[in-house]
Write a protein that binds this ligand. Structure first.
Ligand SMILES: Cc1cc2nc3c(=O)[nH]c(=O)nc-3n(C[C@H](O)[C@H](O)[C@H](O)COP(=O)(O)OP(=O)(O)OC[C@H]3O[C@@H](n4cnc5c(N)ncnc54)[C@H](O)[C@@H]3O)c2cc1C
Length: 509
């Protein structure tokens, strides 16, 4: 008797290695077929970014090939998953559809619809966590509440990880990445009645992905920044990036040491490539957090002292921030709608359209802000330190509602992710879970500390290459030296005072 067929539905886990849902499917049966549904409500969403479509297209093209190598295939469908997956499962006589769970409110609602539709035609659903090191339900305060503060969350999260496998142990315990499945059984198309075959026109099955997505990437939305983007699509490239960042044999490490061991303080210097640039890979799941965690544990063995170990710990904590924001969105879905702190709903934002436009195009007259926005616009990615600087500038200096910035980021970021983006903006705006009431960045102070030789500024604002470091940092550039670069839109001190005054007028609580 032929083994039962399962479908594995890829969503934000575009890889075969260490894909827990897929591994579970392959444990049950070798007859696993992959499926990805190009859902127009997501692809054509107003906040969809050309950079993300590029990353998705190239990652899916590679994934199709990986499925072939594993012995089976990845089917591509276009439409509503709640309509298509039951039809596909029925056509292929698949008894179970497996997938990995997600935290976003819309994805969870979609998954409930899909599960109900599958149940209605007698198909089982197998869904569990994969994109998080610790499941959100397992992270509760002593009082049984979800965490609102990062510090205590981090302590609990770390101790759960250390219980699963001691620090430094990468390949043992519950955190060891699992291998990609191999020797899968492909569909025996001949055995399926002609009218039910996916190719028979019964399903909107796509023969090849790139052509279809290329249509979606119309001229107006095409992404021109692929060469400059530090995030590379596909599972193989993500793994290569992880190795380069964490491994003594990685190409970046040769002669210079392992980049991860210099993460602190290098991670804060936007002029250096001191971070992993794995954010898009983690957002699309071309790499798993367990692979990242395991690589960090291997690097522990290479550490020469407490500074190296500290760097590794700080990077692990960044993975912790990722999980903090995901569990926050899981437990408090209203975060996606607006401020976590209710009094911020009453803030009298000025939202000056011309200022928002200047900010988004990197024309505010404040070099560190403009350099960062040009990095985003040209490469689809921005350094974390600069994300904080430009976000603070939009909210606290230009007095624009943070949701406008959050949205603009989503329309441009290759790694755009609701949980991380919303968390980052609410943190900067002071409207979120961060217990510190009012944090205001001085962009010139930030530039002086983190880009003291103005290397980052000059790189992204080459028209200012002739200006002195001090003037690039402060933004006080003489008119003759500006050569078309704009005057500062605002005076930081004045805006800071105004912001504080408006904040003081908010209801307390
Ligand atoms: C206003 C604002 C918006 C942001 N929007 C996004 C977004 O849409 N998508 C996104 O992935 N990150 C976002 N971040 C977080 C952070 O800036 C990026 O994750 C980081 O710059 C990615 O670079 P990296 O991969 O080199 O990170 P590394 O420093 O190498 O860190 C490793 C991984 O940890 C995670 N991580 C690191 N810092 C954070 C953080 N503060 N919050 C959440 N996860 C983190 C990322 O997955 C990252 O790839 C935002 C931050 C701010 C302040």
């Amino acid at each position: 008797m032929a083994p039962e067929r399962w479908l594995f539905w890829h969503r934000r886990d575009l890889r075969l290695t260490d894909n827990l849902g897929l591994a579970l499917a392959a444990d049950h049966t070798p007859a696993v077929t992959g499926v990805y549904v190009l859902d127009p409500t997501l692809l054509d969403a107003d906040d969809q970014a050309p950079a993300r479509l590029w990353f998705l297209r190239d990652s899916l093209a590679e994934l199709q090939e990986s499925w072939r190598m594993a012995g089976s295939r990845l089917l591509l469908l276009q439409g509503d998953p709640a309509e298509l997956l039951p039809r596909l499962a029925t056509a292929l006589a698949a008894g179970t559809v497996a997938w990995n769970r997600e935290v976003e409110p819309l994805s969870r609602a979609r998954d409930r619809r899909v599960a109900a539709a599958l149940g209605a035609v007698g198909v089982r659903v197998q869904a569990d966590w994969d994109q998080l090191l610790v499941a959100p339900e397992a992270l509760r305060t002593g009082a049984g509440e979800p965490y609102r503060v990062y510090g205590p969350f981090l302590r609990n999260w770390r101790s759960q990880l250390e219980r699963k496998a001691p620090l430094g142990a990468a390949t043992t315990g519950g955190l060891a990445p699992v291998a990609a499945p191999s020797g899968l059984l492909d569909l025996a198309l001949d055995a399926i009645p002609a009218e039910r075959r996916p190719q028979g026109g019964a399903l909107p099955l796509l023969a090849a992905l790139p052509a279809t997505l290329t249509e979606t990437l119309t001229a107006a939305r095409a992404f021109a920044g692929a060469e400059l983007c530090p995030c590379r699509p596909g599972e193989a490239a993500a793994l290569a990036q992880l190795v380069a960042f964490t491994d003594a044999s990685g190409p970046l490490a040769k002669g210079k040491g392992i980049p991860l061991l210099a993460y602190e303080p290098g991670r804060n210097l936007p002029g250096d490539a001191g971070t992993s640039a794995l954010s898009a890979a983690l957002a699309f799941g071309t790499i798993s957090p367990r692979q990242c965690w395991a690589a960090a544990q291997v690097a522990r063995a290479q550490a020469r002292g407490t500074e190296d170990l500290h760097s590794i710990t700080v990077w692990e904590q960044e993975l912790g921030w990722r999980e903090f924001y995901q569990q926050a969105l899981f437990h408090f879905p209203a975060l996606a709608e607006g401020p976590f702190r209710p009094q911020w709903r009453h803030f009298p934002w000025q939202n000056t359209p011309a200022w928002l436009e200047s900010w988004s195009e990197g024309l505010t007259g404040m070099p560190i802000v403009d350099a960062a926005m040009r990095q985003l616009n040209r490469s689809g990615w921005m350094h974390n330190r600069c994300r904080m600087i430009v976000a603070s500038f939009l909210v606290k200096d230009l007095i624009c509602d943070w949701r406008l910035g959050e949205r603009l980021f989503m329309t441009r970021l290759v790694d755009g992710d609701l949980a991380a983006n919303n968390g980052g903006w609410q943190w900067t705006a002071s409207s979120g879970m961060d217990p510190r009431p009012l944090r205001i960045f001085n962009p010139a102070t930030q530039a002086g500390r983190f880009d003291p030789e103005a290397r980052y500024i000059r790189h992204w604002l080459p028209e200012l290459a002739h200006v002195s470091n001090a003037d690039l940092i402060s933004g006080s550039i003489a008119p003759l030296e500006r050569r078309g670069y704009p005057e500062p839109l605002v005076d930081h001190r004045r805006q800071q005072a105004l912001f504080k005054e408006l904040y003081a007028g908010l209801p307390r609580g």
